[in-house]
Design a protein around this ligand. Structure first.
Ligand code: AMP
Length: 539
Protein backbone atom coordinates (compact mmCIF):
# COMPACT_ATOMS: atom_id res chain seq x y z
CA UNK A 1 0.00 0.00 0.00
CA UNK A 2 1.57 3.31 -1.02
CA UNK A 3 2.33 5.57 1.89
CA UNK A 4 4.06 8.79 1.16
CA UNK A 5 6.31 9.75 4.06
CA UNK A 6 7.16 12.89 2.12
CA UNK A 7 3.54 13.98 2.14
CA UNK A 8 3.45 13.49 5.90
CA UNK A 9 6.55 15.61 6.32
CA UNK A 10 5.72 18.44 3.96
CA UNK A 11 2.42 19.10 5.65
CA UNK A 12 0.09 17.69 3.02
CA UNK A 13 -0.66 14.60 5.10
CA UNK A 14 -4.33 14.14 5.81
CA UNK A 15 -6.30 11.41 7.45
CA UNK A 16 -10.07 11.58 7.09
CA UNK A 17 -10.29 10.93 10.83
CA UNK A 18 -9.35 14.61 11.20
CA UNK A 19 -12.98 15.55 10.46
CA UNK A 20 -14.17 13.62 13.50
CA UNK A 21 -11.25 14.87 15.60
CA UNK A 22 -12.24 18.46 14.90
CA UNK A 23 -15.95 17.95 15.59
CA UNK A 24 -15.11 16.13 18.85
CA UNK A 25 -13.00 19.08 19.90
CA UNK A 26 -15.54 21.73 18.98
CA UNK A 27 -18.71 19.84 19.95
CA UNK A 28 -17.51 17.03 22.23
CA UNK A 29 -20.60 17.09 24.47
CA UNK A 30 -23.06 17.35 21.61
CA UNK A 31 -24.86 14.38 20.12
CA UNK A 32 -23.16 12.71 17.17
CA UNK A 33 -25.02 9.40 16.67
CA UNK A 34 -28.54 8.34 17.59
CA UNK A 35 -30.49 5.17 17.04
CA UNK A 36 -33.51 4.48 19.24
CA UNK A 37 -32.31 4.79 22.82
CA UNK A 38 -28.64 4.50 21.82
CA UNK A 39 -26.89 7.87 21.83
CA UNK A 40 -23.26 8.92 21.56
CA UNK A 41 -21.73 12.34 21.85
CA UNK A 42 -18.90 13.44 19.57
CA UNK A 43 -16.38 12.80 22.37
CA UNK A 44 -17.70 9.23 22.76
CA UNK A 45 -17.81 8.65 19.00
CA UNK A 46 -14.14 9.72 18.74
CA UNK A 47 -13.10 7.59 21.70
CA UNK A 48 -14.93 4.49 20.46
CA UNK A 49 -13.51 4.84 16.95
CA UNK A 50 -9.96 5.21 18.27
CA UNK A 51 -10.52 2.09 20.38
CA UNK A 52 -11.78 0.14 17.37
CA UNK A 53 -8.81 1.27 15.27
CA UNK A 54 -6.28 0.28 17.94
CA UNK A 55 -7.91 -3.08 18.58
CA UNK A 56 -8.01 -3.91 14.87
CA UNK A 57 -4.25 -3.27 14.79
CA UNK A 58 -3.84 -5.50 17.83
CA UNK A 59 -5.60 -8.30 15.90
CA UNK A 60 -2.75 -8.20 13.40
CA UNK A 61 -4.05 -5.68 10.85
CA UNK A 62 -1.38 -3.49 9.34
CA UNK A 63 -1.59 -0.17 7.53
CA UNK A 64 -3.48 -0.63 4.25
CA UNK A 65 -5.09 -3.94 5.28
CA UNK A 66 -8.78 -4.28 4.45
CA UNK A 67 -11.55 -4.54 7.04
CA UNK A 68 -14.98 -5.44 5.67
CA UNK A 69 -18.26 -4.86 7.43
CA UNK A 70 -21.68 -6.23 6.65
CA UNK A 71 -24.04 -4.62 9.14
CA UNK A 72 -27.60 -3.41 9.29
CA UNK A 73 -27.70 0.37 9.71
CA UNK A 74 -26.42 1.34 13.16
CA UNK A 75 -23.90 3.64 14.88
CA UNK A 76 -21.41 0.77 14.60
CA UNK A 77 -21.07 1.42 10.90
CA UNK A 78 -19.83 4.95 11.57
CA UNK A 79 -17.53 3.72 14.35
CA UNK A 80 -15.97 1.04 12.15
CA UNK A 81 -15.47 3.50 9.27
CA UNK A 82 -13.76 6.05 11.50
CA UNK A 83 -11.91 3.29 13.39
CA UNK A 84 -10.40 2.18 10.08
CA UNK A 85 -9.49 5.76 9.15
CA UNK A 86 -7.83 6.19 12.57
CA UNK A 87 -5.69 3.07 12.11
CA UNK A 88 -4.78 3.64 8.46
CA UNK A 89 -6.88 0.63 7.38
CA UNK A 90 -9.09 0.31 4.32
CA UNK A 91 -12.78 -0.04 5.10
CA UNK A 92 -14.88 -2.25 2.82
CA UNK A 93 -18.63 -1.66 3.29
CA UNK A 94 -20.79 -4.56 2.13
CA UNK A 95 -24.51 -4.18 1.47
CA UNK A 96 -26.26 -5.88 4.40
CA UNK A 97 -28.89 -7.29 2.05
CA UNK A 98 -26.45 -9.46 0.13
CA UNK A 99 -26.45 -13.23 0.33
CA UNK A 100 -23.58 -14.68 2.40
CA UNK A 101 -21.98 -15.98 -0.83
CA UNK A 102 -22.10 -12.55 -2.44
CA UNK A 103 -20.54 -11.15 0.70
CA UNK A 104 -17.86 -13.87 0.51
CA UNK A 105 -16.94 -12.72 -3.00
CA UNK A 106 -16.30 -9.17 -1.81
CA UNK A 107 -14.42 -10.32 1.28
CA UNK A 108 -12.20 -12.54 -0.84
CA UNK A 109 -11.71 -10.05 -3.72
CA UNK A 110 -10.70 -7.31 -1.28
CA UNK A 111 -8.48 -9.73 0.68
CA UNK A 112 -10.10 -8.50 3.90
CA UNK A 113 -8.32 -9.65 7.05
CA UNK A 114 -11.29 -8.95 9.28
CA UNK A 115 -15.03 -9.10 8.67
CA UNK A 116 -17.43 -7.42 11.08
CA UNK A 117 -20.92 -8.82 10.59
CA UNK A 118 -24.37 -9.11 12.09
CA UNK A 119 -25.70 -12.27 13.70
CA UNK A 120 -28.14 -12.73 10.81
CA UNK A 121 -25.19 -13.78 8.64
CA UNK A 122 -23.82 -16.46 10.95
CA UNK A 123 -25.87 -19.36 9.53
CA UNK A 124 -25.01 -18.46 5.91
CA UNK A 125 -21.33 -18.08 6.72
CA UNK A 126 -21.20 -21.38 8.60
CA UNK A 127 -22.93 -23.09 5.67
CA UNK A 128 -20.14 -21.87 3.34
CA UNK A 129 -17.40 -21.79 5.93
CA UNK A 130 -14.59 -22.51 3.49
CA UNK A 131 -15.35 -19.28 1.61
CA UNK A 132 -14.43 -17.36 4.76
CA UNK A 133 -11.32 -19.31 5.71
CA UNK A 134 -8.47 -17.16 6.98
CA UNK A 135 -10.76 -14.20 7.74
CA UNK A 136 -11.08 -13.16 11.37
CA UNK A 137 -14.75 -12.58 12.05
CA UNK A 138 -16.23 -10.22 14.59
CA UNK A 139 -19.93 -10.64 15.26
CA UNK A 140 -22.24 -8.08 16.83
CA UNK A 141 -23.81 -10.79 19.04
CA UNK A 142 -22.15 -13.93 20.47
CA UNK A 143 -21.64 -16.56 17.75
CA UNK A 144 -19.36 -19.56 17.39
CA UNK A 145 -16.07 -18.96 15.60
CA UNK A 146 -16.29 -15.18 15.98
CA UNK A 147 -14.81 -12.55 18.27
CA UNK A 148 -17.28 -10.37 20.19
CA UNK A 149 -17.73 -6.81 18.93
CA UNK A 150 -17.06 -5.47 22.44
CA UNK A 151 -13.54 -6.78 22.21
CA UNK A 152 -12.86 -3.83 19.91
CA UNK A 153 -13.28 -1.48 22.88
CA UNK A 154 -10.44 -2.93 24.98
CA UNK A 155 -8.81 0.24 26.38
CA UNK A 156 -5.44 -1.50 26.54
CA UNK A 157 -5.12 -1.29 22.74
CA UNK A 158 -7.02 1.94 22.02
CA UNK A 159 -5.22 4.51 19.89
CA UNK A 160 -4.62 7.91 21.43
CA UNK A 161 -4.84 9.60 18.08
CA UNK A 162 -5.14 8.70 14.44
CA UNK A 163 -2.08 7.58 12.52
CA UNK A 164 -0.66 9.88 9.85
CA UNK A 165 -1.87 9.16 6.34
CA UNK A 166 -1.11 10.61 2.95
CA UNK A 167 -3.80 12.03 0.65
CA UNK A 168 -3.25 9.22 -1.85
CA UNK A 169 -3.51 6.41 0.72
CA UNK A 170 -6.44 4.14 -0.09
CA UNK A 171 -8.95 4.19 2.77
CA UNK A 172 -12.19 2.78 1.28
CA UNK A 173 -13.19 0.17 -1.29
CA UNK A 174 -16.63 0.84 -2.69
CA UNK A 175 -17.93 -2.29 -4.40
CA UNK A 176 -20.10 -1.52 -7.42
CA UNK A 177 -23.57 -3.01 -7.50
CA UNK A 178 -22.40 -5.63 -9.98
CA UNK A 179 -25.30 -5.23 -12.40
CA UNK A 180 -22.81 -5.97 -15.20
CA UNK A 181 -20.80 -8.92 -13.94
CA UNK A 182 -18.98 -9.35 -10.65
CA UNK A 183 -18.75 -6.32 -8.36
CA UNK A 184 -15.51 -4.33 -8.63
CA UNK A 185 -13.90 -2.41 -5.78
CA UNK A 186 -13.61 1.29 -6.65
CA UNK A 187 -10.67 2.59 -4.61
CA UNK A 188 -11.10 5.81 -2.67
CA UNK A 189 -8.24 7.66 -1.04
CA UNK A 190 -8.27 10.32 1.67
CA UNK A 191 -8.13 13.06 -0.96
CA UNK A 192 -11.39 11.78 -2.45
CA UNK A 193 -13.08 11.54 0.94
CA UNK A 194 -12.14 15.14 1.64
CA UNK A 195 -13.40 16.09 -1.79
CA UNK A 196 -16.71 14.25 -1.22
CA UNK A 197 -17.23 16.09 2.06
CA UNK A 198 -16.42 19.55 0.77
CA UNK A 199 -18.41 19.11 -2.42
CA UNK A 200 -21.48 17.91 -0.65
CA UNK A 201 -21.44 20.95 1.64
CA UNK A 202 -20.63 23.39 -1.13
CA UNK A 203 -22.81 22.18 -3.97
CA UNK A 204 -25.60 20.01 -2.62
CA UNK A 205 -26.67 20.76 0.92
CA UNK A 206 -24.81 22.90 3.41
CA UNK A 207 -25.29 20.88 6.61
CA UNK A 208 -24.99 22.97 9.77
CA UNK A 209 -23.62 22.04 13.23
CA UNK A 210 -26.29 20.35 15.32
CA UNK A 211 -28.58 19.73 12.35
CA UNK A 212 -30.24 16.29 12.47
CA UNK A 213 -29.47 14.13 9.43
CA UNK A 214 -31.54 10.96 9.18
CA UNK A 215 -30.47 7.69 7.55
CA UNK A 216 -33.08 5.29 6.22
CA UNK A 217 -31.20 3.79 3.23
CA UNK A 218 -28.27 1.35 3.46
CA UNK A 219 -25.29 3.13 5.03
CA UNK A 220 -22.89 0.94 3.08
CA UNK A 221 -23.91 3.08 0.09
CA UNK A 222 -25.07 6.69 -0.47
CA UNK A 223 -26.47 7.29 3.00
CA UNK A 224 -23.19 6.34 4.71
CA UNK A 225 -21.35 8.69 2.40
CA UNK A 226 -23.64 11.61 3.21
CA UNK A 227 -22.93 10.82 6.89
CA UNK A 228 -19.34 12.02 6.30
CA UNK A 229 -20.12 15.72 5.67
CA UNK A 230 -22.51 15.50 8.63
CA UNK A 231 -19.62 14.37 10.86
CA UNK A 232 -17.36 17.03 9.40
CA UNK A 233 -19.91 19.71 10.34
CA UNK A 234 -20.68 18.33 13.80
CA UNK A 235 -24.27 17.46 12.88
CA UNK A 236 -26.24 14.57 14.39
CA UNK A 237 -26.38 11.36 12.36
CA UNK A 238 -29.67 9.73 13.37
CA UNK A 239 -30.51 6.25 12.12
CA UNK A 240 -33.96 4.70 11.83
CA UNK A 241 -34.20 1.46 13.76
CA UNK A 242 -36.18 -0.84 11.51
CA UNK A 243 -34.34 -3.13 9.13
CA UNK A 244 -36.80 -2.62 6.32
CA UNK A 245 -38.00 0.77 5.11
CA UNK A 246 -41.04 1.91 7.07
CA UNK A 247 -42.58 5.24 6.09
CA UNK A 248 -44.62 5.66 9.27
CA UNK A 249 -41.58 5.12 11.43
CA UNK A 250 -39.48 7.39 9.25
CA UNK A 251 -41.91 10.30 9.52
CA UNK A 252 -42.45 9.71 13.25
CA UNK A 253 -38.67 9.99 13.67
CA UNK A 254 -38.62 13.20 11.63
CA UNK A 255 -41.17 14.69 14.04
CA UNK A 256 -39.55 13.33 17.23
CA UNK A 257 -36.00 14.44 16.44
CA UNK A 258 -36.78 17.54 14.38
CA UNK A 259 -34.94 16.02 11.41
CA UNK A 260 -33.95 18.62 8.84
CA UNK A 261 -32.25 16.43 6.28
CA UNK A 262 -32.91 12.88 5.04
CA UNK A 263 -29.45 11.81 3.96
CA UNK A 264 -30.22 9.72 0.94
CA UNK A 265 -33.18 7.97 -0.61
CA UNK A 266 -33.49 5.76 -3.64
CA UNK A 267 -36.35 6.83 -5.95
CA UNK A 268 -38.21 3.64 -4.98
CA UNK A 269 -38.24 4.87 -1.37
CA UNK A 270 -39.67 8.24 -2.41
CA UNK A 271 -42.44 6.44 -4.27
CA UNK A 272 -43.17 4.30 -1.22
CA UNK A 273 -43.21 7.44 0.90
CA UNK A 274 -45.80 8.93 -1.44
CA UNK A 275 -47.91 5.77 -1.32
CA UNK A 276 -47.89 5.43 2.46
CA UNK A 277 -48.08 9.10 3.41
CA UNK A 278 -51.01 10.10 5.61
CA UNK A 279 -51.28 13.93 5.56
CA UNK A 280 -51.18 15.56 8.98
CA UNK A 281 -50.31 12.43 10.95
CA UNK A 282 -46.85 13.80 11.80
CA UNK A 283 -45.40 17.27 11.89
CA UNK A 284 -42.59 17.12 9.35
CA UNK A 285 -42.16 20.88 8.96
CA UNK A 286 -38.53 20.62 10.17
CA UNK A 287 -37.56 18.87 6.90
CA UNK A 288 -35.45 21.03 4.63
CA UNK A 289 -33.72 18.58 2.35
CA UNK A 290 -34.15 15.07 1.02
CA UNK A 291 -31.30 13.84 -1.16
CA UNK A 292 -32.10 11.21 -3.72
CA UNK A 293 -30.30 9.50 -6.55
CA UNK A 294 -28.80 6.19 -7.57
CA UNK A 295 -31.48 5.55 -10.20
CA UNK A 296 -33.84 7.67 -12.29
CA UNK A 297 -36.99 9.11 -10.83
CA UNK A 298 -39.72 9.74 -13.34
CA UNK A 299 -40.85 13.34 -13.72
CA UNK A 300 -44.44 12.55 -12.82
CA UNK A 301 -43.40 10.94 -9.54
CA UNK A 302 -41.03 13.78 -8.68
CA UNK A 303 -43.78 16.31 -9.34
CA UNK A 304 -46.13 14.44 -6.97
CA UNK A 305 -43.41 14.16 -4.33
CA UNK A 306 -42.73 17.91 -4.49
CA UNK A 307 -46.42 18.68 -4.26
CA UNK A 308 -46.74 16.44 -1.22
CA UNK A 309 -43.52 17.15 0.72
CA UNK A 310 -42.63 20.60 -0.55
CA UNK A 311 -39.52 21.92 -2.28
CA UNK A 312 -37.09 19.79 -0.28
CA UNK A 313 -35.58 17.54 -2.92
CA UNK A 314 -31.93 17.52 -3.98
CA UNK A 315 -30.82 15.14 -6.71
CA UNK A 316 -27.39 13.55 -6.96
CA UNK A 317 -25.94 11.75 -9.93
CA UNK A 318 -22.75 9.85 -9.36
CA UNK A 319 -21.40 6.35 -9.05
CA UNK A 320 -18.99 4.47 -6.82
CA UNK A 321 -16.23 5.43 -9.22
CA UNK A 322 -17.02 9.16 -8.79
CA UNK A 323 -18.90 9.53 -5.54
CA UNK A 324 -21.12 12.41 -4.43
CA UNK A 325 -21.01 13.39 -7.25
CA UNK A 326 -20.86 14.27 -10.92
CA UNK A 327 -23.95 16.43 -11.38
CA UNK A 328 -26.62 17.68 -9.02
CA UNK A 329 -30.01 19.36 -9.11
CA UNK A 330 -30.29 21.59 -6.08
CA UNK A 331 -33.34 22.35 -4.01
CA UNK A 332 -33.77 25.77 -5.58
CA UNK A 333 -33.33 24.39 -9.10
CA UNK A 334 -36.07 21.83 -8.41
CA UNK A 335 -38.36 24.60 -7.24
CA UNK A 336 -37.61 26.95 -10.14
CA UNK A 337 -37.89 24.31 -12.86
CA UNK A 338 -41.09 22.83 -11.47
CA UNK A 339 -42.75 26.22 -11.15
CA UNK A 340 -41.81 27.09 -14.74
CA UNK A 341 -43.01 23.73 -16.09
CA UNK A 342 -39.47 23.37 -17.43
CA UNK A 343 -38.65 19.85 -18.72
CA UNK A 344 -35.19 20.14 -17.16
CA UNK A 345 -36.87 19.06 -13.92
CA UNK A 346 -36.35 15.62 -15.48
CA UNK A 347 -32.60 16.11 -15.84
CA UNK A 348 -29.85 15.08 -13.45
CA UNK A 349 -28.88 18.75 -13.07
CA UNK A 350 -25.67 20.52 -13.92
CA UNK A 351 -22.05 19.49 -13.46
CA UNK A 352 -20.82 20.32 -9.98
CA UNK A 353 -18.29 23.07 -9.39
CA UNK A 354 -15.02 21.14 -9.42
CA UNK A 355 -15.94 18.38 -11.87
CA UNK A 356 -15.55 18.21 -15.63
CA UNK A 357 -18.01 16.04 -17.54
CA UNK A 358 -19.03 15.62 -21.14
CA UNK A 359 -20.70 13.14 -23.45
CA UNK A 360 -18.58 11.33 -25.99
CA UNK A 361 -19.17 9.14 -29.00
CA UNK A 362 -17.75 5.73 -29.69
CA UNK A 363 -14.44 7.33 -30.71
CA UNK A 364 -14.26 9.11 -27.31
CA UNK A 365 -14.61 12.49 -29.05
CA UNK A 366 -16.86 15.07 -27.33
CA UNK A 367 -20.32 15.45 -28.80
CA UNK A 368 -22.22 18.72 -29.33
CA UNK A 369 -25.11 19.67 -27.01
CA UNK A 370 -28.19 17.56 -27.52
CA UNK A 371 -26.35 14.53 -28.90
CA UNK A 372 -26.41 11.38 -26.80
CA UNK A 373 -23.23 9.56 -25.88
CA UNK A 374 -21.41 8.07 -22.92
CA UNK A 375 -20.95 10.38 -19.93
CA UNK A 376 -17.25 10.76 -19.08
CA UNK A 377 -15.86 12.57 -16.06
CA UNK A 378 -12.61 13.86 -14.63
CA UNK A 379 -11.59 15.65 -11.46
CA UNK A 380 -10.62 14.81 -7.89
CA UNK A 381 -13.90 12.96 -7.33
CA UNK A 382 -12.77 10.22 -9.71
CA UNK A 383 -11.28 7.03 -8.26
CA UNK A 384 -7.65 6.17 -9.01
CA UNK A 385 -8.81 2.74 -10.24
CA UNK A 386 -10.38 -0.59 -9.28
CA UNK A 387 -8.83 -2.75 -6.60
CA UNK A 388 -6.54 -5.41 -8.06
CA UNK A 389 -8.02 -4.98 -11.51
CA UNK A 390 -5.62 -3.08 -13.79
CA UNK A 391 -7.45 -4.09 -17.00
CA UNK A 392 -10.83 -2.80 -15.81
CA UNK A 393 -9.14 0.33 -14.42
CA UNK A 394 -7.37 1.08 -17.71
CA UNK A 395 -10.58 0.54 -19.64
CA UNK A 396 -12.71 2.71 -17.34
CA UNK A 397 -10.12 5.50 -17.09
CA UNK A 398 -8.85 5.54 -20.66
CA UNK A 399 -7.67 8.91 -21.92
CA UNK A 400 -7.75 10.31 -18.38
CA UNK A 401 -11.56 10.33 -18.19
CA UNK A 402 -13.78 8.01 -16.18
CA UNK A 403 -16.17 6.25 -18.55
CA UNK A 404 -19.37 5.93 -16.55
CA UNK A 405 -21.23 3.50 -18.81
CA UNK A 406 -24.22 5.89 -18.64
CA UNK A 407 -25.68 7.36 -21.79
CA UNK A 408 -26.94 10.89 -21.73
CA UNK A 409 -26.76 14.28 -23.35
CA UNK A 410 -26.15 17.82 -22.19
CA UNK A 411 -28.49 20.58 -23.29
CA UNK A 412 -27.29 24.07 -24.26
CA UNK A 413 -27.12 25.18 -20.62
CA UNK A 414 -25.27 22.11 -19.41
CA UNK A 415 -28.18 20.19 -17.88
CA UNK A 416 -27.49 16.49 -18.14
CA UNK A 417 -30.28 14.23 -19.34
CA UNK A 418 -29.51 10.63 -18.48
CA UNK A 419 -31.01 8.11 -20.83
CA UNK A 420 -29.79 4.71 -19.73
CA UNK A 421 -26.87 2.48 -18.99
CA UNK A 422 -25.25 1.86 -22.38
CA UNK A 423 -25.97 -1.84 -22.06
CA UNK A 424 -29.70 -1.19 -21.59
CA UNK A 425 -30.23 0.67 -24.83
CA UNK A 426 -32.59 -1.16 -27.22
CA UNK A 427 -31.83 -1.38 -30.91
CA UNK A 428 -35.06 -2.10 -32.72
CA UNK A 429 -35.06 -2.20 -36.50
CA UNK A 430 -31.76 -0.30 -36.44
CA UNK A 431 -33.20 2.49 -34.27
CA UNK A 432 -31.90 3.29 -30.81
CA UNK A 433 -34.59 3.31 -28.15
CA UNK A 434 -33.81 4.40 -24.60
CA UNK A 435 -35.99 2.53 -22.10
CA UNK A 436 -36.17 5.52 -19.80
CA UNK A 437 -37.85 7.63 -22.46
CA UNK A 438 -40.61 5.05 -22.84
CA UNK A 439 -40.93 4.54 -19.07
CA UNK A 440 -41.30 8.32 -18.53
CA UNK A 441 -44.41 8.19 -20.74
CA UNK A 442 -45.82 4.94 -19.35
CA UNK A 443 -45.68 6.11 -15.76
CA UNK A 444 -47.99 8.99 -16.63
CA UNK A 445 -50.83 6.53 -17.29
CA UNK A 446 -53.14 6.78 -14.26
CA UNK A 447 -53.39 2.99 -13.93
CA UNK A 448 -49.65 2.31 -14.15
CA UNK A 449 -48.00 2.02 -10.74
CA UNK A 450 -44.55 0.90 -11.88
CA UNK A 451 -42.98 -0.24 -15.11
CA UNK A 452 -39.79 -1.32 -16.75
CA UNK A 453 -38.94 -1.38 -20.44
CA UNK A 454 -36.28 -3.40 -22.26
CA UNK A 455 -35.58 -5.13 -25.55
CA UNK A 456 -36.53 -8.76 -26.17
CA UNK A 457 -35.37 -10.97 -29.04
CA UNK A 458 -37.37 -10.57 -32.20
CA UNK A 459 -36.58 -12.24 -35.51
CA UNK A 460 -37.73 -9.29 -37.55
CA UNK A 461 -36.78 -6.26 -35.43
CA UNK A 462 -33.67 -7.78 -33.86
CA UNK A 463 -34.96 -6.46 -30.56
CA UNK A 464 -38.55 -5.51 -29.86
CA UNK A 465 -39.50 -2.96 -27.21
CA UNK A 466 -41.20 -4.78 -24.36
CA UNK A 467 -42.85 -3.35 -21.23
CA UNK A 468 -43.47 -5.04 -17.91
CA UNK A 469 -46.11 -3.15 -15.99
CA UNK A 470 -47.52 -3.17 -12.46
CA UNK A 471 -51.12 -1.98 -12.81
CA UNK A 472 -53.07 -0.20 -10.07
CA UNK A 473 -55.54 -3.06 -10.10
CA UNK A 474 -55.19 -6.52 -11.53
CA UNK A 475 -56.93 -6.63 -14.89
CA UNK A 476 -57.41 -2.84 -14.98
CA UNK A 477 -55.25 -2.54 -18.06
CA UNK A 478 -54.77 -4.42 -21.30
CA UNK A 479 -51.65 -4.45 -23.44
CA UNK A 480 -53.43 -2.42 -26.14
CA UNK A 481 -54.20 0.35 -23.62
CA UNK A 482 -50.54 0.60 -22.69
CA UNK A 483 -49.32 0.55 -26.28
CA UNK A 484 -51.99 3.02 -27.42
CA UNK A 485 -51.13 5.39 -24.57
CA UNK A 486 -47.45 5.39 -25.59
CA UNK A 487 -48.49 6.01 -29.19
CA UNK A 488 -50.03 9.34 -28.14
CA UNK A 489 -46.60 10.83 -27.47
CA UNK A 490 -43.90 8.52 -28.82
CA UNK A 491 -42.64 7.63 -32.26
CA UNK A 492 -44.02 4.32 -33.54
CA UNK A 493 -40.70 2.45 -33.21
CA UNK A 494 -40.46 3.40 -29.53
CA UNK A 495 -43.89 2.06 -28.58
CA UNK A 496 -43.79 -1.29 -26.77
CA UNK A 497 -44.63 -4.12 -29.15
CA UNK A 498 -45.72 -6.31 -26.24
CA UNK A 499 -46.63 -5.89 -22.58
CA UNK A 500 -46.65 -8.23 -19.59
CA UNK A 501 -48.33 -7.46 -16.28
CA UNK A 502 -46.82 -8.43 -12.91
CA UNK A 503 -47.70 -7.75 -9.25
CA UNK A 504 -44.34 -6.18 -8.36
CA UNK A 505 -40.92 -5.47 -9.85
CA UNK A 506 -37.79 -6.90 -8.24
CA UNK A 507 -35.48 -4.27 -6.74
CA UNK A 508 -31.86 -4.50 -5.57
CA UNK A 509 -30.69 -4.05 -1.99
CA UNK A 510 -30.13 -0.40 -2.91
CA UNK A 511 -33.65 0.08 -4.23
CA UNK A 512 -32.81 -0.03 -7.93
CA UNK A 513 -35.27 -1.83 -10.21
CA UNK A 514 -33.45 -4.91 -11.51
CA UNK A 515 -34.16 -4.34 -15.19
CA UNK A 516 -31.40 -6.74 -16.24
CA UNK A 517 -32.80 -9.55 -14.08
CA UNK A 518 -36.29 -9.21 -15.55
CA UNK A 519 -34.91 -8.85 -19.07
CA UNK A 520 -32.68 -11.92 -18.81
CA UNK A 521 -35.69 -14.23 -18.52
CA UNK A 522 -36.73 -13.21 -22.03
CA UNK A 523 -33.24 -13.75 -23.42
CA UNK A 524 -32.76 -17.24 -22.09
CA UNK A 525 -30.62 -19.08 -24.64
CA UNK A 526 -30.65 -16.05 -26.98
CA UNK A 527 -27.50 -14.05 -26.42
CA UNK A 528 -26.91 -12.73 -29.91
CA UNK A 529 -28.67 -9.88 -31.53
CA UNK A 530 -29.96 -11.51 -34.67
CA UNK A 531 -32.61 -10.85 -37.24
CA UNK A 532 -33.60 -8.07 -39.59
CA UNK A 533 -32.70 -4.55 -38.72
CA UNK A 534 -30.51 -5.37 -35.75
CA UNK A 535 -27.12 -3.76 -35.56
CA UNK A 536 -24.36 -3.88 -33.01
CA UNK A 537 -24.84 -1.48 -30.16
CA UNK A 538 -23.11 1.72 -31.07
CA UNK A 539 -22.13 2.45 -27.47
P1 AMP B 1 -23.70 3.00 -7.81
O1 AMP B 1 -22.26 2.96 -8.20
O2 AMP B 1 -24.22 1.75 -7.23
O3 AMP B 1 -24.03 4.19 -6.97
O4 AMP B 1 -24.56 3.16 -9.19
C1 AMP B 1 -24.30 4.26 -10.01
C2 AMP B 1 -25.24 4.26 -11.20
O5 AMP B 1 -26.58 4.56 -10.79
C3 AMP B 1 -24.88 5.36 -12.18
O6 AMP B 1 -23.85 4.98 -13.07
C4 AMP B 1 -26.22 5.57 -12.89
O7 AMP B 1 -26.44 4.57 -13.86
C5 AMP B 1 -27.22 5.37 -11.76
N1 AMP B 1 -27.57 6.68 -11.16
C6 AMP B 1 -26.97 7.30 -10.13
N2 AMP B 1 -27.56 8.47 -9.85
C7 AMP B 1 -28.56 8.62 -10.75
C8 AMP B 1 -29.53 9.65 -11.01
N3 AMP B 1 -29.61 10.75 -10.27
N4 AMP B 1 -30.39 9.45 -12.04
C9 AMP B 1 -30.34 8.34 -12.80
N5 AMP B 1 -29.46 7.33 -12.61
C10 AMP B 1 -28.57 7.47 -11.60
Amino acid sequence: MPYSAKAAIDGSAVNSFAFLEKSARQRGKELALIQGEERYTYAQFRERSLAIGGNLLSMGCRRGDRVAFCLANSPRIMEVIFGCFAAGLVVVPVNARLHAREMAYIVSDSGAKVLVHGLEYQAGIVADAMLFEGVQRICIAPAEGTFPFDMLFDPAHALEQAVESAPEDICWLFYTSGTTGKPKGAMWNHRMVRCVIMNYLADLHNIQPGEVVLHCAPMSHGSGIVALPAVARGAVNAITDTVSFNVDQLLATVERLGVSHIAFMAPTQIIKMLDDYVPGRYDISSLQAICYGGAPIYVEQLRQAMETFGPVFVQLYGQGEAPITITGLTRSAHQRLLAAGDPRIGSAGQVRTDVEARCVGQDDKPLPSGEAGEVVVRGDVVMPGYWNNPEASAEALRGGWLHTGDIGYFDEEGYLFLLDRSKDMIISGGNNVYPREVEEVLIQHPDVVACVVFGIPDDYWGEAVHAVVVAAERGALAAEDVIGFCGQSLAGYKKPKSVDFVDALPVSGYGKVLRREIRDKYWHGRTNRIGGGAKEKSL
